[in-house]
Design a protein around this ligand. Structure first.
Ligand SMILES: [Zn+2]
Length: 215
């Protein structure tokens, strides 16, 4: 009698265990599907298109800021700061556009990231920009807006920079070595805060690597 009861109990416990394991499995599957969707959404945001945080606002072709020379091979990504505290992405984009009329200098950038993280793309990725001197011919440039003279990026600007850089590294198969500052090309104090704080620059590259690993 006792044996029989024990056996019945064992069968019940075994059945309950199977149900439990099945439920955990289903739950894990649901979590996996949800996290995959979130990751895909993040990726879509970086890719632009429907995403409101990336705006294509190409400059008018002109010799001072959009010369239309082909960018044949991308070997690096160059990070800059605007050196114009408090100005936003649109104002800097319009400054580049204005050069087509004023002709006062040669300057532009593929991307400008605003104070709220909005990214404006000024130049198509198969054309060069005038941003990084000797490296204009084989790099993509990103200008970042900043609030103060010290050149530190806002949280939102920084986040967009990490995501955009990670996406470009994936698109062009660029390793950490290919992520450089204007300073690394010419010695110019640009992007100022990340030249003066070497640890923050290292952290940035680490953040790009970690973000790349998550998408
Ligand atoms: Zn620069």
């Amino acid at each position: 009698m006792l044996n029989r009861l024990s056996r019945d109990n064992l069968v019940k416990i075994a059945a309950a265990s199977v149900v439990c394991i099945a439920m955990v499995g289903i739950l894990a599957l649901i979590c996996l599907v949800i996290s995959k969707n979130i990751k895909e959404d993040e990726h879509a945001e970086v890719l632009g298109g429907q995403d409101s945080s990336l705006i294509e606002d190409f400059l008018t072709p002109n010799e001072y800021s959009r010369p239309g020379k082909p960018l044949k091979k991308v070997k690096g990504i160059v990070v800059h700061y605007t050196a114009n505290p408090g100005t936003d992405a649109k104002a800097n984009r319009d400054y580049f556009e204005g050069l087509s009329v004023s002709g006062s200098t040669y300057a532009s950038s593929h991307f400008i990231i605003g104070l709220d993280g909005t990214i404006i793309q000024c130049i198509p990725l198969d054309e060069i920009a005038y941003a990084s001197n000797d490296r204009n011919d084989d790099t993509i440039s990103i200008e970042c807006c900043h609030v103060k003279k010290n050149g530190k990026f806002t949280y939102e600007t920084y986040n967009s920079l990490v995501r955009l850089t990670a996406w470009l590294c994936g698109e062009y198969d660029i390793s950490e070595k290919g992520i450089i500052r204007h300073y690394d090309v010419t010695g110019k104090l640009c992007p100022k805060y990340y030249v003066k704080h070497e640890d923050k620059w290292s952290q940035f590259k680490e953040d790009v690597k970690n973000y790349s690993g998550s998408i």
